[in-house]
Design a protein around this ligand. Structure first.
Ligand code: KG4
Ligand code: ZN
Length: 339
């Protein structure tokens, strides 16, 4: 019999619901929240309020687009963490109500594991090749930067992580310094395509092992621009594309350096990308270039599956469902969650 899972994602500022039938994606509805744009970042209180408004219509649409009835669903999977507590509470409470009303199990999902398992979704955009275990995943999002050794759908180990800011934060905070709207990542990416990536150089961290650090880069970028603005108030305006390209090049270099070392040390050449920053065109082309040099088989998610979505929650729920890993009805969300 087919396994139909409803996935719910509400960890940050996207309310999303998706339906999978086994690995096949039947629908994936995402409602973003423009309300944060004017504040230059996500305002937690406004995010949870918007989730409350969006969750019912988003789930409704996901079921309609999937062409299924509520009664067809075998289990409801939801993001338990990590994320903003108030936002997570909306998805968790909805999942509880849904599971109680339909008498179906609930499945808790770790948002970060879900970003990685996005590679196993079967959709019109999926690649022919699935990653083979074990593989290394560079998980780069707005809140996390991690190198993860993925042993199977359930067991993952963190080889390295950022000790301060995430790569997405570096894009967003430096984007803000350049006067770009929030989130800055996609804007930096777009400007970078017209700029010279080697025009300016910024500090790169010197960290042992596989850990990352991005707060130094942000400070170096800020001081550099502050000093140049003193001499020339139009410095940003006149150099925006080169600044964006050089910043992106630095972030990509930092990310690739540790990935290369992790692959060398472990001997693993199955390499995957995941998370919002994996939409970055500089990172996508850098990893493809490295693949040729080192004999890597790389797995890059379709753009639509890079940022937050419930399709990744539903597919993770599917694998947990097969193992019979269900949540108890008194489960609560957690802001910090580890593998
Ligand atoms: O995974 P995600 O949707 O949310 C979290 O779980 O954090 O990632 C959002 C992050 C933001 O920092 C955003 O600026 C970044 O992904 N991002 C990008 C691009 N698209 C999204 N960063 C660089 N280039 C992009 N094209
Ligand atoms: Zn995410």
């Amino acid at each position: 019999m087919d396994t139909i899972i409803l996935g719910i994602e509400s960890s940050c500022d996207d309310t999303s619901a998706a339906v999978v039938r086994d690995r096949e994606l039947l629908s994936n509805v995402i409602a973003g929240q423009d309300v944060h744009r004017q504040y230059g970042g996500v305002v937690p209180e406004l995010a949870s309020r918007a989730h409350q408004q969006n969750i019912v219509p988003v789930v409704d649409r996901a079921l309609k687009e999937a062409g299924i009835e509520k009664e067809d669903i075998c289990a409801v999977a939801f993001t338990r963490g990590p994320g903003l507590l108030g936002s997570l509470l909306v998805g968790t409470s909805f999942a509880k109500g849904f599971s109680a009303a339909l008498r179906i199990p609930m499945i808790e999902v770790n948002h970060l594991q879900a970003h990685i398992l996005v590679h196993f979704i079967l959709s019109e955009h999926s690649a022919d090749q699935l990653p083979r275990f074990p593989f290394i995943c560079l998980l780069v999002s707005g809140g996390h930067t991690q190198l993860v050794l993925v042993n199977n759908h359930h067991q993952m180990e963190i080889l390295g992580r950022s000790i301060d800011d995430a790569a997405g934060e570096a894009f967003d905070k430096c984007g803000k310094i350049l006067g770009l709207p929030y989130p800055g990542g996609p804007h930096v990416d777009r400007l970078a395509s017209e700029g010279d990536p080697f025009r300016f150089t910024f500090n790169k961290p010197r960290l042992e092992g596989f850990d990352y650090s991005f707060s130094g880069l942000k400070t170096s970028f800020l001081y550099f621009i502050r000093d140049r603005l003193k001499e020339d108030p139009a410095f940003i305006e006149q150099n925006r594309t080169d600044l964006a390209a050089s910043l992106q090049q630095t972030i990509v270099d930092i990310l690739m350096n540790k990935l290369r070392r992790a692959s060398k040390k472990t001997g693993i050449r199955q390499i995957a990308l995941a998370g919002g920053v994996s939409a970055n065109s500089g990172l996508r082309s850098a990893i493809r270039k490295e693949a040729g040099k080192h004999g890597w088989e790389v797995h890059i998610p379709p753009i639509g599956f890079t940022t937050d979505n419930a399709a990744m929650i539903a597919i993770t729920g599917y694998y947990r469902y097969l193992k019979g890993e269900f949540a108890s009805e008194d489960i609560s969300p957690v802001a910090r969650m580890y593998f």
